[in-house]
Design a protein around this ligand. Structure first.
Ligand code: GLC
Length: 473
């Protein structure tokens, strides 16, 4: 079975969020299970030199973008047994950052067409093209509109994975002709709520739709979570499933992780305490092994539940606890946490920004990990925290609901709450702190957390099952 995995970002080339982790790890897991999975992504100027060194030039072609043809260089790289194709066009991809440019619609229309156009030139005809999020949503539409008549393409099936329904690729009608080159008879596929909506097109045209957790696949049928797409999704529930992401257990491994202060394992956890001590030092917090440290690593935006944290933060600080906070985002939250760290320097350790090194140190050094998201398609941090023996407190939504079970019943691996309500969250923090004060009970919980298997094993098998089902039709 051959799968071409199309993504706008992939670790270790270009990363801005969880999609990059998935595009880095899932193809690797599929290859290990003898699925011929190759990845295609744009050759952004931000791709580091060391990764460029691994690339070789394969060919160059031209790719139609509506009525014009644009240069497309194809580079190939081999990383961890996976073959990557990088699509080169400096006009589109020699930019700051990955997204956020006035012509993103055209940039990813070009990329989507390029994914289809390179197929005859790379010696790899996929059985399945696996598309991800709005940036690759036009692929199933272009496939139907321009390529299906060609025998090389006629059997190709498409899977579309929604990592985050909030970003849909919405544009004005004026783009369909000259920019996207969508034939008139296909335009209705993209129309939704008086605009052009890339994601809606993929929902309609792809053979299967997946979300990155089973709970999220149900949630997005509801207007509270769907960002307007529930109507169209409800028409296609027969092709919608949820498969929870895994984490890369080689990258996130407390036994070998070079980014943490001292390695430790489920058999020998004593160095976790060293990580806590050194984290406290690094963040300028008083070193004290008995004070519970609550870690938060997140974008500081509302849908991550940061407004709940803000609402009860000073109440929580009445207890003998410390916070280790890393993130960047909305001004309102950045200034709030900055003020708090100045007002309570012995209780709030804060670093504003994106810093993977410190993130790993918090996963390893904190006792508790707080992730009260309003919505969370899957979430990776809670699974990473588990692996480092840091007990998650989460809201029961999306992937958080599928990976964390409340320990109140004597079996779970964390603490959970249901309603999106600051005081429910606060009560859950109190419950966790009570749990922490029982040293023996907490050690059992840490042990159980570290033994959870959130590797890609069962999720990769679930994707293989899905691909097989599709090809047997
Ligand atoms: C998005 C989602 C996150 C998910 C990730 C990978 O970033 O917000 O919940 O884990 O994609 O699928």
């Amino acid at each position: 079975m051959k799968v071409l995995f199309a993504s706008s970002e992939a670790y270790p080339f270009a990363m801005s969020g969880g999609l990059a982790d998935v595009a880095g790890a899932l193809p690797k897991a599929l290859r290990k299970r003898f699925i011929g999975c190759r990845v295609v992504l744009p050759l952004y100027s931000s791709i580091p030199e060391e990764m460029r060194q691994k690339m070789t030039f394969l060919c160059n072609i031209t790719v139609p973008v509506s009525w014009r043809r644009q240069y497309c260089g194809v580079f190939e790289a081999h990383v961890d047994g996976v073959i990557y194709y990088l699509i080169d066009n400096q006009y589109y991809f020699k930019r700051d950052g990955l997204y956020g440019h006035y012509d993103d619609a055209e940039r990813f229309a070009f990329f989507s067409r390029a994914v289809l156009e390179i197929i005859p030139h790379i010696g790899f005809t996929p059985d399945i093209i696996h598309c991800n999020d709005w940036q690759t949503s036009l692929i199933p539409i272009y496939l139907d509109a321009f390529y299906k008549y060609d025998s090389l393409y006629s059997n190709i099936k498409t899977v579309f994975t929604i990592h985050n329904i909030q970003y849909q690729g919405k544009y004005g009608y004026e783009l369909t002709g000259d920019v996207l080159g969508i034939p008139e008879e296909c335009q209705s596929l993209l129309e939704y709520d008086n605009c052009i909506n890339f994601m809606k097109g993929a929902i309609q045209c792809s053979d299967k739709i997946t979300t990155v957790s089973p709970t999220y696949s149900r949630e997005i049928l509801d207007p509270y979570y769907s960002h307007g797409l529930d109507n169209i999704l409800n028409q296609f529930t027969y092709k919608l499933t949820g498969i929870v992401n895994g984490i890369d257990t080689e990258v996130y491994n407390p036994e070998t992780d070079p980014l943490i202060f001292k390695n430790y394992s489920v058999e020998d956890k004593k160095n976790k305490a060293v990580n806590k001590k050194m984290l406290q030092e690094e963040l300028g917090l008083p070193v004290n092994k008995d004070v519970p440290v609550i870690g938060i690593v997140t974008r500081l935006v509302k849908h991550k539940g940061i407004d709940l944290v803000k609402c009860v933060f000073e109440d929580l600080l009445k207890a003998d606890i410390q916070f280790a906070i890393l993130g960047s985002g909305e001004w309102e939250f950045e200034t709030f946490f900055h003020e708090m760290s100045e007002k309570y320097p012995n209780k709030v350790g804060l670093k504003l920004g994106f810093n993977p090194m410190l993130a790993h140190k918090i996963y390893a050094g904190a006792d508790i990990f707080l992730m009260p998201s309003q919505s969370e398609p899957c979430g990776l941090a809670q699974m990473v925290a588990l692996r480092y023996g840091t007990i998650p407190i989460v809201r029961e939504t999306g992937g958080l609901n599928d990976t964390i079970r409340d320990s109140g019943d004597g079996e779970g691996n964390g603490f959970t709450f249901k309603s999106y309500n600051a005081h429910d969250m606060e009560n859950t923090v109190w419950r966790a702190l009570q749990g922490y004060s029982d040293k023996q009970g907490w050690a059992t919980l840490v042990d159980r957390a570290m033994k959870c298997d959130n590797s890609w094993k069962s999720s990769a098998n679930a994707y293989i099952g899905l691909y097989k089902e599709l090809l047997s039709k």
